[in-house]
Design a protein around this ligand. Structure first.
Ligand code: PLP
Length: 214
């Protein structure tokens, strides 16, 4: 067994029924192959071009692979993103919602979306402020016809993430969104205890990245 297969087996034991997104950004395609061979089908990538490069051939071979975009998306890449990803987790501003709606009309592809919430209200971070998430959801549904089914967050670094995970859970409950994407390699067990339905793990599966990821 490759160490990636061993890591995956150990993580699956720890997370039970929670959905596992294997974050393969900055990892070579060989690492993705190892994960696929070990039965992993759900992957997260941060960049449209990198995901295209790594997954086009693989997906032809394994049509059941599901790809999530978990990095910031520029409006000029909306059509490519909509064509490639099954879920876009970083819907974070009205201009992007508009660009995605246009891209869906143009391509005929209809991915699902999660709203990225700036759960710690950090000025340098992307995401909708918690108190504006309800209005933004309404805009996405009613004006742009986007299929939003979840929330995603990255809590502030260096603080106990649990209050932030709980506040995302409460927001998801209030807005009746079933999917909660929260928890990374360092804090996924806390996220699960707070109600995460999916965790996004990179280094815990693949080891350190070649380039520091954002
Ligand atoms: C890189 C990244 C992850 C995975 O981080 P690890 O600490 O390697 O598990 C999860 N979510 C997002 C949004 C990321 O950018």
């Amino acid at each position: 067994m490759s160490s990636i297969a061993e890591n995956l087996a150990a993580i699956r034991q720890r997370i039970g029924k929670t959905t596992l997104i294997a974050v393969s950004k900055f990892q070579p395609v060989e690492a993705v192959h190892d994960a696929v061979d070990a039965g992993q089908r759900l992957f997260g990538e941060n960049r449209v071009q990198e995901a295209q490069r790594k997954f086009s051939a693989l997906r032809a071979e394994h049509p059941d692979i599901e790809l999530h975009l978990i990095g910031a998306l520029q409006t000029n890449k909306a059509a490519e993103a909509v064509s490639l990803f099954d879920v876009i987790q970083t819907l974070d501003r009205p201009a992007l919602a508009e660009a995605l709606a246009k891209a869906i009309r143009k391509t005929g592809k209809t991915p699902r979306f999660y709203i990225e919430v700036n759960i710690g209200r950090e000025p340098q971070k992307a995401g909708i402020e918690p108190e504006h998430t309800g209005a933004f959801l309404k805009l996405c549904h009613e004006t742009y016809g986007l299929s939003v089914s979840g929330l995603m967050c990255i809590p502030p670094e260096g603080l106990d993430p649990q209050p932030y995970f709980k506040s995302l859970r409460d927001l998801g409950k209030r807005l009746e969104l079933p999917h909660l994407s929260m928890g990374m390699s360092s804090d996924f067990e806390k996220a699960i205890a707070c109600g995460a339905t999916e965790v996004r793990l990179g280094t815990a599966i693949f080891g350190n990245r070649a380039t520091p990821g954002s």
